[in-house]
Design a protein around this ligand. Structure first.
Ligand SMILES: Nc1ncnc2c1ncn2[C@@H]1O[C@H](COP(=O)(O)OP(=O)(O)OP(=O)(O)O)[C@@H](O)[C@H]1O
Ligand SMILES: [Mg+2]
Length: 295
């Protein structure tokens, strides 16, 4: 009997008192996965990642699903993944992959390994002068400043030349990028891979007047039928990872000025998997799990 666990959290589990507004995304993933696992006779368990170890007693493989509350308890989260792995459970993606992926400096490593990334400066903090110097260095008039550890565009700022007040400061460890205008036209493309095999692609667009594609800021998502060339560009990012293709990966890409895709993020911890735009998602995931467990 094979049991697959899906790590959720207090704010995504059904019946929670303080369920997140986007917890319906948890439900959509669970709905997409359930029939594919049932067809194979697997038991499917949705478990709070903070549940005691006993809750995982009969689990063979646990995947990180909708554990979207770990940002303020990163260490506890990684420690739990490691503890689960130590008991012999196959943890996907592995604690090592999660640790590697948590700080966006991994993008620098991907670049060194040949991936097309957005030009980025890594700074411990920024002043208005630093921002002006970055614009000069990139030869651009607009910058995006983001946290090295973060999600959901939190703490992110867009700066325009001549509009930054002298006393402006950014106090988090930062990554600084030229603003890529393609975000407003072609948006961001998310490519889903299971066990290194391409599954489906989603185009995410910001609402008029914004540049952030997150639904929180009015962004929207449509299915995108990628060209063979686009898939190859996303697959090249999977190949650039410093480990074997993980169970699941979401490669977020954006068009650069030469119309080629650049990686914005390689989401390997708890990405939303866009089941609505990938009707075969549950099956693709199940196939990758079967391979992982040698079933
Ligand atoms: N260099 C850039 N040029 C144009 N738009 C950008 C750039 N960097 C980020 N953005 C916009 O800001 C959004 C958030 O950026 P990013 O994905 O890097 O941060 P995040 O905080 O990890 O967000 P999430 O966790 O939702 O993916 C992007 O989805 C995109 O819409
Ligand atoms: Mg992103």
């Amino acid at each position: 009997m094979t049991t697959i666990g899906f790590l959720a959290c207090e704010t995504t589990l059904p019946g929670s008192q303080n369920r997140r507004e986007d917890a319906f995304e948890h439900d959509l993933m669970v709905e997409a996965i359930t029939p594919a696992f049932a067809r194979r006779g697997w038991t499917f368990k949705v478990i709070d990642w903070e549940a005691p170890m006993e809750a995982f007693a009969d689990v063979d493989l646990v995947m990180i699903g909708s554990s979207w509350n770990y940002w303020d308890k990163v260490d506890a989260f990684l420690t739990k993944l490691e503890a689960l792995a130590k008991t012999g459970i196959t943890v996907c993606n592995s604690p090592e992959v999660a640790r590697w992926n948590i700080r966006k400096t991994y993008l620098g490593e991907l670049e060194q390994r040949g991936a097309r990334t957005i030009p980025t400066l890594w700074l411990d903090a920024l002043t208005a002068d630093d921002a002006a110097a970055a614009m000069d260095q990139f030869g651009c008039d607009k910058l995006v400043v983001k946290r090295q550890i973060g999600a959901g565009a939190e703490g992110q700022e867009m700066l325009e030349r001549g509009q930054v007040s002298d006393d402006w400061r950014y106090t988090h460890k930062a990554m600084v990028q030229p603003f890529l205008p393609a975000i407003a036209q072609s948006g961001e493309l998310s490519f889903l891979f299971f066990g290194g095999v391409f599954s489906h692609c989603v185009q995410k667009l910001p609402k008029d007047g914004d540049y952030r594609i997150q639904s929180l800021y009015g962004g929207r998502e449509v299915t995108h039928e990628p060209s063979a060339q686009e898939i190859a560009q996303a697959a090249a990012i999977i190949e650039a990872l410093p480990f074997a293709p993980p169970l699941y990966a979401r490669i977020d890409m954006l068009e650069g000025e030469d119309a080629k895709l650049m990686v914005m993020e390689a989401e390997l911890i708890e990405p939303y998997l866009y089941p609505e735009q990938g009707p075969n998602m549950g099956e693709s995931l199940a196939q990758a799990i079967a391979k992982e467990l040698d079933l």
